[in-house]
Design a protein around this ligand. Structure first.
Ligand SMILES: Cc1cc2nc3c(=O)[nH]c(=O)nc-3n(C[C@H](O)[C@H](O)[C@H](O)COP(=O)(O)O)c2cc1C
Length: 333
């Protein structure tokens, strides 16, 4: 399947893996890229630019396919050494950067001069148009369903994607709630040229996280995520665990007096304990509603092959069959 996204990134299938804190290591990025998608290393999980350089080099030993790096621009007090991380990306010969968070404009000239393609993650049409206007090559349109930070507009992908398609000239992938062939075919129908998956890729054999995290995703239904930090305008969709419940209780008690410090113990610096040690109740961790569609732990190759095989069947048999007057079947493969 060829789209402007597969052409832009030089990949076989229109499927990418979003940057994920303490998940997006070389092992996962290489596995996704080897399976024909676009794997992404998460820059800020690496403590220093030197560590990122080593992680990029490690990824190169595992794949000769294109992979990317996620650069998340946080509203942080201690601003990370972004120019240093960008040096590591450029020196490492990385061809794609997924930016997220704040406006990446200040960093685009250096990245573009190095021949790097930029896909910026946006939770609204207006931010997507801004990304296009400042020269991003593509957008990842992240709907209300998504794990992580869905923004403050609460527009699900069924509306957000066609609204984006109506306005954008650059290609975009659908992000948030994507799990299988049905997601990909629906995303294509709504105007996207590929999909970005986060939560689905955590429940794969190669995701280098503790098995407890994968089992928690398998056990979760579509009802098992919650939104926190709404009052701070930094909304995050997270798995509903005891830490999330504590945060929600504090938010309710403090109302508009809430500050980040009131909940920091449950949301800041907790990823190593969750992802590495498998203490899934130790803190708040991002998870998408799509957990309700995840019930196995395939390899990335099995997952991507299945999505592509079933997408073809969906388009050829179910959709083309409808035009030919065949009775509707719910079978997708
Ligand atoms: C555990 C976890 C950690 C994440 N960390 C980041 C991050 O550091 N930077 C970022 O841009 N997005 C992050 N995301 C968002 C994903 O890249 C992706 O946009 C999102 O998961 C898509 O929604 P889905 O989970 O429904 O597939 C994270 C998501 C999860 C589930």
């Amino acid at each position: 399947m060829k789209t402007r996204i597969t052409e832009l990134f030089g990949i076989e299938h229109p499927i990418m893996q979003g940057g994920m804190h303490y998940v997006g290591y070389a092992e996962l990025a290489a596995a996704v890229s080897n399976a024909g998608g676009l794997g992404i290393i998460t820059a800020l999980t690496q403590k220093t630019p030197q560590d990122l350089a080593k992680e990029i080099a490690r990824c190169r030993t595992m794949t000769d396919k294109p992979f990317g790096v996620n650069l998340t621009f946080l509203p942080a007090v201690n601003v990370p050494d972004y120019p240093g991380y960008i040096d590591a990306i450029i020196d490492g010969g990385v061809r794609v950067v997924e930016t997220a968070g704040r406006n990446p404009e200040a960093h685009l000239p250096r990245l573009h001069n190095a021949g790097i393609k930029i896909i910026h993650k946006c939770t609204s049409v207006r931010h997507s148009l801004k990304a296009e206007a400042i020269g991003c090559d593509a957008v990842s349109v992240d709907g209300f369903e998504c794990g992580g930070h869905p923004g403050e507009d609460d527009i699900p992908n069924m509306i957000l994607l066609p609204c984006a398609a109506n306005k954008l000239k650059i290609p975009f992938v659908a992000s948030g709630g994507m799990a299988d062939a049905r997601s990909l075919v629906a995303a294509l129908a709504l105007g996207a040229e590929g999909i970005n998956m986060g939560t689905r890729f955590i429940a794969t054999k190669e995701a280098p996280v503790h098995d407890n995290v994968k089992q928690a995703i398998l056990a979760a239904s579509e009802l098992d995520t919650r939104l926190i930090m709404r009052g701070l305008r930094n909304t995050e969709r997270a798995l509903n665990n005891s830490a999330t419940q504590r945060v929600l209780k504090t938010e309710q008690e403090l109302g508009s007096a809430l500050t980040f410090a009131d909940i920091a113990a449950d949301v800041a610096g907790v990823y190593p304990r969750v992802m590495i040690d498998g203490e899934v109740e130790a803190g708040v961790w991002s998870c998408g509603m799509v957990a309700g569609l995840i019930d196995d732990i395939p390899t990335c190759q099995e997952l991507i092959d299945r999505i592509m095989r079933e997408s073809e069947a969906l388009i050829r048999d179910r959709l083309a069959g409808l035009l030919a007057g065949a009775p509707i079947s719910m079978e997708i493969a």
